[in-house]
Write a protein that binds this ligand. Structure first.
Ligand SMILES: *[C@@H]1O[C@H](CO)[C@@H](O)[C@H](O)[C@H]1NC(C)=O
Ligand SMILES: *[C@@H]1O[C@H](CO)[C@@H](O)[C@H](O)[C@H]1NC(C)=O
Ligand SMILES: *[C@@H]1O[C@H](CO)[C@@H](O)[C@H](O)[C@H]1NC(C)=O
Ligand SMILES: *[C@@H]1O[C@H](CO)[C@@H](O)[C@H](O)[C@H]1NC(C)=O
Length: 337
């Protein structure tokens, strides 16, 4: 290699290093400090939050699409996950997060569809109301704790239950989840029939919700916890029977056959009200909320039933699990093992 060639090579190396240095110092920070705007039509984004195909089974009226101003700031919404119990908490989490932040809440239609079959006073409009607007998907956070600018959207992940935020406005949450008249009537009828069966004019109704089936595996895999033993339900029942008079226990479950076999007790008045195989989750939830007091084990469904009933609640002790943690906040909830 000649001297001149060596000189050119050295210059090239220096130049290349300079370019790499400049990219790191000047260009990369541009990307990290302000993420590039990535706008997506909200109608398409709504579909991405849903498990089911919206086009096939949920129609939007033309009036829903016109004239709705696009939000000035970020919005709050949620991803659909789980069944009725999960979707209730997803909705309530959006409702409470919007109230705390002042951002506008919108729900994907798939979640609204699940809830509107049971409740009549839901105030959050569907995302399709602003379906023609765009959302900056580069500005999305999952929760209040990550949220630091009104430009950011809060999209609550599936299965989330932001319970501590929700419990701040309990009475308003209960008004939001007003059952449809047909379900209220159903619950009234069930309780009346139960009272007649035991010849009591004004009993104290204590609901017992027993979560079995898939939850037994879930508890073990997620929390390394075994399901609540039969003795838990029986001692919770003893507690209520000792405290109130004319108590009737109204038992609901996704596995009512298990309850009929295991929770028979000569000491107490017990009525099993669920249909087989956990059909009619909305009907059972209406019954839970019409009872005076509640015994639950764990999970989103039972804990929301107890919140709606607004009476004294006994919950099973699962350390650091959300349904147990609620008992530390609400004065009329107590933990038993
Ligand atoms: C604001 O939130 C975003 C997303 O969570 C995060 O990347 C950024 O560092 C936060 N900024 C400040 C100043 O906290
Ligand atoms: C329905 O919700 C509104 C607030 O959104 C509340 O003022 C009203 O009392 C609720 N209705 C019922 C029947 O709870
Ligand atoms: C208990 O619940 C029944 C049925 O919902 C209701 O009619 C009754 O007023 C409640 N009793 C009390 C003391 O709240
Ligand atoms: C719940 O269980 C934990 C861990 O076993 C225990 O430390 C705690 O005292 C229990 N709480 C109640 C109220 O039984």
């Amino acid at each position: 290699m000649s001297h001149a060639q060596q000189h050119v090579l050295a210059s090239a190396i220096v130049l290349a290093m300079l370019v790499v240095f400049c990219i790191h110092v000047f260009l990369f920070p541009m990307y990290t400090s302000t993420p590039p705007a990535r706008h997506m039509k909200i109608s398409a984004y709504e579909q991405a939050l849903c498990r089911t195909n919206l086009k096939n089974n949920i129609r939007i009226s033309a009036s829903e699409l016109r004239n709705n101003p696009c939000p000035k700031y970020g919005i709050v919404s949620a991803m659909q996950g789980g069944r009725l119990g999960n979707q209730i908490w997803e909705y309530a989490s959006v409702w409470a997060t919007a109230r705390r932040t002042g951002l506008e809440p919108f729900m994907p239609r798939c979640i609204l569809k699940t809830l509107e079959e049971h409740f009549e006073n839901l105030s959050i409009p569907p995302l399709s109301y602003i379906g023609r607007c765009t959302l900056d998907v580069g500005q999305i956070v999952n929760s209040l704790s990550q949220w630091n600018s009104t430009e950011q959207n809060i999209i609550i992940p599936r299965h989330a239950a932001y319970w501590s935020l929700i419990l701040v406005w309990l009475d308003d949450v209960r008004r939001e989840f007003t059952f449809k008249p047909s379900l209220r009537l159903y619950a009234e009828k069930v309780l009346k029939r139960v009272a007649e069966k035991f010849n009591l004019f004004s009993p104290t109704y204590v609901s017992v919700h027993v979560r079995r089936t898939d939850y037994v595996d879930y508890l073990w895999q997620k929390l390394k916890t075994r399901p609540a033993p039969v003795s838990y339900y029986l001692s919770a029942m003893d507690y209520f029977a000792g405290k109130y008079s004319n108590v009737i226990f109204v038992i609901t479950s996704d596995n009512i056959a298990w309850c009929k076999y295991n929770l028979r007790s000569k000491r107490h008045r017990i009525s099993f009200v669920s249909e087989n195989d956990g059909k009619g989750p909305g009907k059972d939830l209406a019954v839970l909320s019409a009872c005076n007091h509640s015994i639950i084990d764990y999970g989103t469904y039972g804990s929301f039933g107890a919140i709606l009933a607004a009476g004294e609640t006994v919950v099973y002790n699962v350390t650091t699990y959300f349904s147990t943690l609620i008992a530390d906040v609400l004065p009329n909830w107590r933990i038993m093992s």
